[in-house]
Design a protein around this ligand. Structure first.
Ligand code: GLA
Length: 356
């Protein structure tokens, strides 16, 4: 990397439908949002990384030749994890001074960590992503950094959308094959994101537990859950515990909802899309049990606002945000209705990561 300062940006995301399907190899439909992480980078002559966070007003330094780098439960883990993962993947990087600033709300389920990871990876590689292949590889490296270095077993959805997003479009991703296609959001429809401002402390532990329960379901059937139909589950699933049965039912029905939602969007049928969002929320609440009272209350409030097509919790759950699709001219009514329960952000679907 040369000494000149270069600037990179990677967006947060909101998932429109397809929740807790990514790590089961299923379908998701996220869009990038107009909140992003920004990294300013300049090269150094040595093998050190000096990372400044404007959000935390703090600087950390690392040696890229450190033989046993470890996560420290600190914001800088995301940055260091990316550096370590790039090197382990054989992409030798040079020392750099990095300045990071993010306006993606943190801990709100809007993928603030993937935004930082992707922007950091671009900065450290110092090269624009030229092809979709580059972007996919980069997303996989960032997921690996989070899985192996930071120690969170998240799926591919968040870094993938940060890398690939296109303005005005949502992206349907098959998390097993990584095949994807873009779906244009209708003009005049806004993403209204309502942040409960709560993050229940069980979130991380419960996330891993849900993953384990899904794995138990897949092991029972001897194949990935996405190859199990609802009919298979109803016919052969009697030997599962009642809890794992419901977890499987969520994953299988949610995956089908993504296919139906994309078809609805492609036909411009927003009411049908909204109805599927409602079904998704109820399935996450009752079968997957990752919602909470604050999220349920917001979904209920949104249901009574004119111009709201649909609303559901988004992201991992146990707090964080709801996503509602709202007609542009009703956005203020939505804000007003949700005001007492949430901080509301309104966004269009934004462009993916790149150099500024
Ligand atoms: C978190 C993870 C994603 C995905 C969602 C649930 O946001 O980071 O990979 O599993 O939860 O859909």
């Amino acid at each position: 990397m040369d000494k000149a300062v270069r600037r990179f940006r990677a967006p947060g995301r909101v998932n429109l439908i397809g929740e807790h399907t990514d790590y089961n190899g299923g379908l998701v439909l996220p869009a990038a949002i107009e909140f992003a992480a920004y990294v300013e980078a300049s090269g150094r002559g040595d093998r050190r990384l000096a990372v400044r966070s404007e959000n935390y007003s703090e600087t950390r330094e690392f040696d890229l030749d450190d033989a046993e780098p470890r996560a420290q439960g600190h914001w800088s883990d995301y940055v260091r994890g990316v550096a370590v993962t790039l090197e382990r993947a054989g992409r030798r990087i040079t020392g750099a001074d990095l300045r990071i600033r993010s306006d993606v709300p943190m801990g709100a389920g809007l993928s603030s960590s993937a935004a930082i990871e992707v922007a950091t990876a671009l900065a450290l590689l110092g090269a624009p992503m030229k092809t979709a292949m580059d972007r996919t590889t980069l997303a996989q490296l960032c997921q690996r950094a989070e899985n192996e270095f930071v120690g969170v077993r998240c799926g591919i959805m968040d870094p993938f959308i940060a890398c690939h997003a296109r303005a005005g479009q949502a992206l349907m991703l098959d998390c097993r094959t990584l095949e994807h296609r873009f779906v244009t959001l209708p003009r005049g429809v806004k993403l209204a994101i309502a942040n409960t401002m709560v993050r229940h402390s069980l979130a991380a532990g419960e996330y891993n537990r849900r993953r384990a329960e899904c794995e138990e379901g897949a092991a029972y059937f001897g194949r990935p859950l996405l190859d199990v139909t609802l009919g298979d589950l109803e016919r052969d699933g009697r030997g599962l515990s009642e809890t794992v049965y419901r977890r499987c039912r969520h994953v299988i029905t949610e995956n089908a909802r993504v296919t139906a939602a994309v078809a609805a969007l492609e036909h411009g049928d927003m009411p049908a899309f909204g109805e599927l969002m409602g079904q998704s929320h109820r399935s996450l609440r009752d079968d997957f049990e990752v919602s909470c009272a604050e999220l349920d209350a917001l979904v209920e409030i949104a249901a009574h606002v004119p111009g709201v097509y649909g609303s559901r919790m988004t992201g991992g759950g146990f707090g964080g945000c709801t996503i509602s699709l709202v007609q542009e001219e009703q956005v203020e009514a939505f804000r007003e209705a949700a005001r007492r329960n949430a901080v509301v952000y309104v966004s269009g679907a934004a462009e993916g990561a790149g150099e500024l």
